[in-house]
Structure formats: structure tokens, C-alpha cells
Design a protein around this ligand. Structure first.
Ligand code: ZN
Length: 122
């Protein structure tokens, strides 16, 4: 099995509504997003073209970049935590993978030290 990953970045503001601490205040992060896909078969020596994978992720990230996440669905109701952002990106991105390439996980770094990973139970 092969695994291929990419990393992209975006900057956004958010606040956690049901949190008692400094994260309930409006603040921003320079997020880093890692996406990993997997599969058994290569085509022309590649599992997936990095350019294509980046295009798919960029289509989602453009909505999150330089935005106030609390104003964007589903974060108008869902806490815009790193965990929920990872699940949102995973779910939105997974619609693109129905063939020989499968989505493994999405990891969202909120800072250099903190990250959350979402992976669907198989
Ligand atoms: Zn935060």
C-alpha cells in the first residue's frame, strides 16, 4: 500500500463559544492542514498527482482562509475547534475519493505544538 500526503496553510479567526478560558475570546491561528491518501495501485508511477490533490484541498481552504470561522457553516453552530475543522475538511474532501485512491486522514495544526487528526473508522 502507498500513502501520499500534502500540506497546505491558511489563517483564520475564531472563538470557542462553550469554553471557559482565553480561547473563548476572538483570536486567530495560522493553521496547517495535512491530508493523507492511500491506495494499492499506481498509475504512471503515482498514486495521485500532488498538483491534483492540492487543487482539491485548496478548493476547501479558500473558504476558510482569512475568514471568521464562526460565521461559516457548519461552524455557525459547531465549535470551530481543530477537531471539528479536521472532520469538516475530511468530510468535504472525501466526496472526491471514490476510486482507487482513498482518503486516510486530515490533520489540522492550530499551532506548532497542537494538532487534531480526523480519520473515519473503517
Ligand atoms: Zn483557537
Amino acid at each position: 500500500m502507498y500513502e501520499v500526503g500534502i500540506t497546505r496553510r491558511f489563517s483564520s479567526a475564531h472563538r470557542l463559544r462553550n469554553y471557559n478560558g482565553k480561547c473563548e475570546n476572538l483570536h486567530g491561528h495560522n493553521y496547517r492542514v495535512e491530508v493523507v491518501v492511500y491506495g494499492d495501485k499506481l498509475v504512471n508511477g503515482m498514486l495521485i498527482d500532488f498538483v491534483l490533490l492540492k487543487q482539491k484541498l485548496d478548493g476547501i481552504i479558500k473558504f476558510l482562509d482569512h475568514a471568521y470561522l464562526n460565521d461559516i457553516k457548519p461552524f455557525t453552530e459547531l465549535e470551530p475547534s481543530a477537531e471539528n475543522i479536521a472532520e469538516y475538511i475530511y468530510t468535504t474532501l472525501s466526496e472526491n475519493f471514490t476510486g482507487r485512491v482513498h482518503l486516510s486522514c486530515v490533520k489540522v495544526w492550530e499551532s506548532d505544538d497542537n494538532w487534531a487528526l480526523y480519520r473515519k473508522d473503517k
